[in-house]
Write a protein that binds this ligand. Structure first.
Ligand code: URA
Length: 198
């Protein structure tokens, strides 16, 4: 009998809790931190993929629960969506030391868990947040030829055929860019409109 989606997600959680081969495992144990698997509706139409947990996320085990998360909530609200309507996760499930960018090795270790989550949820849209997740997902779905800078790809939709049907990959800017003032919230909201017209 096929195990249900929640059970499958729990299994992923257990595997990551014991992921001793990860270079981030020892740090997590030392800091009494949590891995961040993801949160939301396992039947969601849209999956958002960020980069990796930050300090607040590792403390709580919840994705995007700090300042970037507040921007994400505002962006979701602008297209009348709530966290519960979507699934939010990251490529890397443990916090990279001192909030540095995820390394190639870390992406290689944690990427297969994200792949499994996508297979479980079977979303119609995968919206990536930031350049690391855009590159990972684009490569994963055979779109390496289409990869450009995130500035050029943002807000575009790339349709791909998957084992369960057509899926749109939509690269978006990381919500944190609104905190560094590199872009305004309105710039990000304009890109999010592509999800409203899905
Ligand atoms: N930034 C991310 O990419 N993911 C989080 O969960 C939090 C901040």
């Amino acid at each position: 009998m096929a195990i249900n989606k929640t059970e499958q997600m729990k299994k992923i959680m257990e595997e990551i809790l014991n992921l001793k081969k990860s270079p981030l495992y020892a740090e997590r144990i030392k800091n009494k931190a949590f891995p961040v698997i993801g949160e939301g509706d396992c039947d969601a139409e849209i999956v958002f993929v960020g980069e990796a947990p930050g300090k607040n996320e590792a403390k709580t085990g919840k994705p995007f629960c700090g300042a970037s998360g507040r921007v994400l909530d505002e962006l979701l609200d602008s297209i009348k969506l709530k966290r519960e309507d979507v699934y939010v996760t990251n490529i890397v499930k443990d916090r990279p030391t001192a909030n540095r960018d995820p390394s190639k090795d870390e992406i290689k270790i944690y990427g297969p868990f994200l792949d499994k989550q996508i297979e479980i949820i079977q979303p119609k849209i995968i919206a990536t947040l930031g350049r690391y997740s855009a590159e990972y997902i684009m490569k994963r779905f055979g779109l390496e030829e289409e990869i450009e800078t995130i500035g050029k790809m943002r807000g575009k939709a790339f349709e791909v055929k998957t084992s369960y049907g057509l899926v749109k990959i939509i690269p978006l800017l990381h919500p944190a860019v609104a905190l560094y003032n590199s872009f305004s919230r309105d710039d990000l909201k304009k890109d999010f409109k592509v999800l409203e017209n899905r």
